[in-house]
Design a protein around this ligand. Structure first.
Ligand code: C2E
Ligand code: CA
Ligand code: CA
Length: 704
């Protein structure tokens, strides 16, 4: 028995001096060093003693005191000394009252006649410990009550005996009840659970077949007073009687509506495009997969994939900035949403690419309608970066057939068809067919061939003279790319240039032609004893001037070749010029300031405005050969040529007619005062080795 060595202050309230002496004796007997006894004779004295500085550690109270009948004395004292254990000393005839006192808060009672030193000591120590334990328990309870009150969770508890349930006040907040409402029944919970969730929840709470303790957790929806459902997470423990009935259940319910919302948002974000809010590629492929599965089960459930990107979207981005590009995409997405049928899916596949899954089609008419509607939505103007603009799309379509086994195959073919549509001048929509697959395969082979050609130096530059019509004098040569194919012979760019461009090799190839042509042009000086020079025209793509340092690179090439800047002309097509942004114009202008000349190629096929021509200042306009070749068959061709020649004169630009093949064409051009021309009539493009011969013939120079 331990008292931790503390001194215990004992307040003895006893009117009988002999009995007080006995108590003193007992306490002193073995534990004199522990006890410090204060003896008073009445309740009043006891109260005075308590009011002193130190409250006693224990009170021994005689029940039989003068002026205090029955429990009266105990009650007065107990009211004053909360927290101090009281032990009742009683005679055997008062045991009943003593027991009452214990129920009223006394720690214990001792029958005087039965007390001995050991018993008294033990009773005191126990009383003190019990009192402490009770105090601690109260603290724990208070702490628990505070925790429940402060917790975000509703704490609940159900008891089989009473059939009653307790739900902490947080419940009311969770479901939006008035604060006064009390919940006393498990059904108050269950009847709020979503019909789809209740069976599962109850299933978890039914006692387990084995074991007497069952933990469960469950997420479900609860009906809020406002009619909405909130998400909660309930966890609890079920205690059973060892059999299959629960005797007690308790647990907590917490709101997880926020977490669910976040989960939903994350899910949405993972499957949708942040900019337009449309489904993204992942979700589209998933839907496609579902459609494919349905089709495999029932081939009557046909569907199609429409794939398209925006024609010339890069230009919008490059010239107006990315936020303008973004805003165009958003507008297009909005219009797309409004034209697709419910049940169809429209997705942004990345960049400026979109796809539509057209479900439940009966014939091609259905698909045609959707593609019509998409083309139609591009007919209205878009408002981007404060200005109106137009956009258009080339659509490729793949329709489900038995051959398809994966969404990727369908997308690949729709993409191929789109590529076709893009290349076509007349068709905005192309439906995939098997021949396209063949074409794609041979294209792929061609691309592989081209890479090899570049690596093994199979490319060559041929030259075609440009001649003054009045004097028939060669003033320059146009450099034209050729591919000396190991098996197919010398190939013209028309058969491979598009693939070169798509595979990203065009720029490298064009730089190579430029270097080659400048080197050649320098070597022609040796053909003239008096140092006469010839110009060289090189075809360039506007893309080359996207590269930083491209202007410097051209200047370097010219300098290193040893020709003068004015001996070089760069030919750029009218279309290419218009399709590109200000950066290219700046580059071209700075080259021109350096002395290099600019030719606008294929003039008449694009839609250059006069003001554009003036702004960009070219040195020459090259009349597209389609006009020269139809100069006698189509009346408007003559007027186009006439107009261009007049335009050149007006703007002080040289004009070159391309593709002159006959004397008649030449005569007409002469009569229209066209200054220069080129074409098979003068010479086909020739390899560099034949240039000496051409020049000698033109100048009738003696053989060197
Ligand atoms: P282009 O710049 O309009 O070149 C003129 C084309 O007309 C050349 O075709 C030339 O061989 C052809 N031609 C010349 N005279 C006649 C004629 O009397 N009748 C006919 N029917 N055609 C004639 P080529 O060499 O096949 O080049 C086609 C196009 O490829 C060129 O059109 C040019 O845009 C492009 N190209 C050629 N070489 C290069 C190059 O090195 N770089 C780049 N970026 N493009 C090039
Ligand atoms: Ca040209
Ligand atoms: Ca041309």
């Amino acid at each position: 028995m331990t008292t931790n060595g503390e001194v215990i202050d004992v307040l003895l309230v006893e009117d009988n001096p002999q009995e007080a002496d006995i108590v003193r004796l007992y306490l002193a007997k073995r534990h004199a060093h522990i006890y410090r006894l204060t003896h008073v004779r009445s309740i009043d004295q006891a109260l005075t003693a308590i009011a002193g500085e130190r409250s006693p550690g224990v009170i021994l109270l005689d029940l039989h005191l003068p002026g205090a009948r029955g429990l009266e004395g105990f009650e007065r004292l107990a009211a004053e000394v909360r927290g101090v254990p009281i032990i009742i000393l009683t005679n055997c005839d008062e045991e009943r009252i003593a027991a009452q006192a214990v129920r009223g808060g006394a720690q214990d009672y001792l029958v005087k006649r039965e007390v001995n030193a050991a018993l008294l000591h033990r009773a005191i120590v126990y009383a003190i410990e019990r009192q402490r334990a009770e105090r601690d328990l109260i603290k724990v309870k208070e702490r628990y009550a505070l925790a429940v009150e402060g917790a975000n969770d509703c704490i609940w508890d159900w008891d089989a005996v009473s059939g009653q349930a307790y739900f902490s006040p947080r419940w009311n907040e969770l479901v939006g009840l008035e604060n006064e409402t009390t919940v006393g029944d498990l059904d108050d919970w269950f009847k709020r659970v979503h019909p789809k969730d209740i069976a599962e929840l109850k299933g978890l709470m039914i006692p387990p077949v084995s074991g007497d303790r069952n933990h469960f957790e469950h997420e479900h929806r609860l009906r809020h007073e406002n009619g909405d459902y909130i998400w909660v997470y309930a966890r609890g423990v079920v205690l059973t009687d060892g059999g299959d009935s629960a005797v007690r259940m308790a647990g907590s319910i917490s709101s997880i509506t926020k977490r669910k919302q976040t989960e939903r948002q994350l899910m949405h974000r993972a499957l949708h495009d942040a900019l337009t809010g449309l489904p993204n590629r992942v979700l589209f492929i998933d839907r496609l997969m579902q459609a494919l599965r349905r089709y495999k089960r029932n081939p009557a459930l046909q569907f199609a994939v429409l794939y398209f990107d925006l024609d010339g979207f890069k230009i919008v981005n490059d010239s107006l900035g990315h936020s303008a590009g973004d805003s165009l995409l958003v507008s297009i997405a909005r219009r797309l949403k409004s034209v697709i049928r419910p049940g169809d899916t429209v997705a942004r596949m990345g960049g400026d690419e979109f796809a539509v899954l057209v479900a439940d089609i009966e014939d091609e008419q259905d698909i045609a309608q959707v593609s019509e509607r998409i083309h139609h939505l591009f007919e209205r103007e878009f408002s981007v970066a404060g200005r109106g603009m137009y956009s258009s799309a080339s659509i490729g379509i793949a329709v489900i057939t038995e051959q398809y086994n994966s969404p990727e195959e369908l997308l690949r073919d729709a993409d191929l068809a789109m590529y076709r549509a893009k290349r076509s001048d007349t068709e905005g929509t192309v439906i995939f067919d098997q021949t396209m697959h063949q074409a794609a395969v041979s294209r792929l082979n061609l691309e592989t061939d081209l890479r090899r050609a570049l690596a093994q130096g199979e490319f060559a530059v041929f030259y075609q003279p440009i001649v003054t019509l009045a004097e028939r004098r060669i003033v320059a040569f146009e450099a034209l790319l050729r591919w000396r194919h190991p098996t197919k012979g010398v190939l013209s760019p028309s058969s491979f240039l598009a693939v070169v461009e798509d595979s990203g090799m065009l720029s490298a190839l064009s730089w190579w032609v430029l270097e080659e042509a400048c080197r050649q042009a320098h070597s022609w000086r040796n053909l003239f004893p008096d140092g006469e020079t010839l110009g060289v025209s090189v075809n360039v793509s506007a893309n080359m001037f996207r590269e930083v340092q491209s202007v410097q690179r051209v200047k370097d090439i010219v300098r290193q070749s040893g020709i003068r800047p004015k001996d070089l002309s760069l030919e750029i097509t009218e279309r290419d010029c218009m399709d590109h942004g200000d950066a290219i114009k700046v580059a071209l202008r700075s080259l021109r300031e350096h002395g290099i000349k600019l030719h606008m190629d294929d003039f008449g096929t694009g839609y250059s405005s006069l003001s554009y021509l003036q702004r960009c200042t070219y040195d020459s306009l090259k009349i597209d050969r389609s006009f020269v070749q139809t100069i006698h068959s189509e009346t408007h061709s003559v007027s186009v040529v006439k107009t261009i020649v007049g335009l050149g004169r007006m703007l002080n630009m040289n004009v070159v007619a391309e593709g002159v093949e006959s004397q008649d064409q030449l005569d007409t051009l002469l009569s229209l005062d066209c200054p220069e021309a080129q074409g098979y009539w003068f010479s086909e493009p020739v390899p560099p080795t034949q240039i000496g011969r051409l020049i000698r013939e033109a100048w009738c120079l003696p053989q060197l």
